[in-house]
Design a protein around this ligand. Sequence first.
Ligand code: NAP
Length: 287
Amino acid sequence: MGGRLIDGKALASSLRAAFKTRVAALSAQGHRPGLAVILAGENPASQVYVRNKVDACEAVGIFSLKIDYPANVPQETLLAKIADLNADPAIHGILVQLPLPDHIDEEAVLEVIAPEKDVDGFHAVNVGALAQGNPRFIPCTPYGVMKMLEANRIDPAGKEAVVIGRSNIAGKPMALLLLGANATVTVCHSKTRDLAAHARRADILVAAVGRPRFVTADMVKPGAVVIDVGINRLPAEEGGKLCGDVDFEAVKEVASLITPVPGGVGPMTITMLLANTIEAAERELET
Ligand code: NAP
């Protein structure tokens, strides 16, 4: 008997339907939420992500501004544009699509975004607030995972949660959120000894590794909730399809609940970007 699917696509679309009402209410007060997305270079995956973000904004009525630069854009140009956007009253969220070209200092760019417009939650101020248990903007991918757990009535309190991966975008904020929700959290990474033994203890197992089918069925405790953050493109000889970090077909036979790829965490990530942008506009109106 297989585990139940956590349908990220369905949850994303019900949340987005509710966002339309909030955006309409803000717009009626002359305060339409606005998101600026900066893309530097021609990375094809980044172009798709940016297009998806812009389309998702338009679908719920958020104003979106897409700003494209060539790969050789000077860092000063990016910093000056962000300064303009920080001061622009029509813009409530600023997102710089990562990765940036090699000659640009990513940290320096992220740090000039005004923390109150940092809808990705990557600015040190927002990372610090999350670490202190007082989040202002939560990074969109782990935020989406928490919403998926909540929608499926999975309360992390007292549970063993194991996060594989410790990136600033996914693994680290995921671990902080689960800790904030009172799980007992273990973070595994490339230097972890006997990772499978840690994984097997998990009631909630989150994979954010970037390696196709890294989590195999023997690494999963029967009845565990398995969240697959990975988005990997298989080589052409394997069909070129998208694949998660979890060996879905085998693991779904062991897990009680599991997210598919595609259709799991991915749609929730963009949804939480919309949520953060609307939240930013609402907060500004309150001040
Ligand atoms: P990342 O920055 O490359 O981090 C990968 C993490 O996995 C690192 O902490 C690394 O450990 C760990 N790792 C790599 N190989 C390992 C191994 N053999 N054993 C144990 N740990 C290992 O990647 P990321 O940005 O977090 O992304 C992870 C995956 O999630 C990717 O597939 C990415 O495309 C996907 N993603 C999806 C979404 C979404 O919307 N669903 C959003 C963001 C990312 P070290 O720290 O020790 O190197």
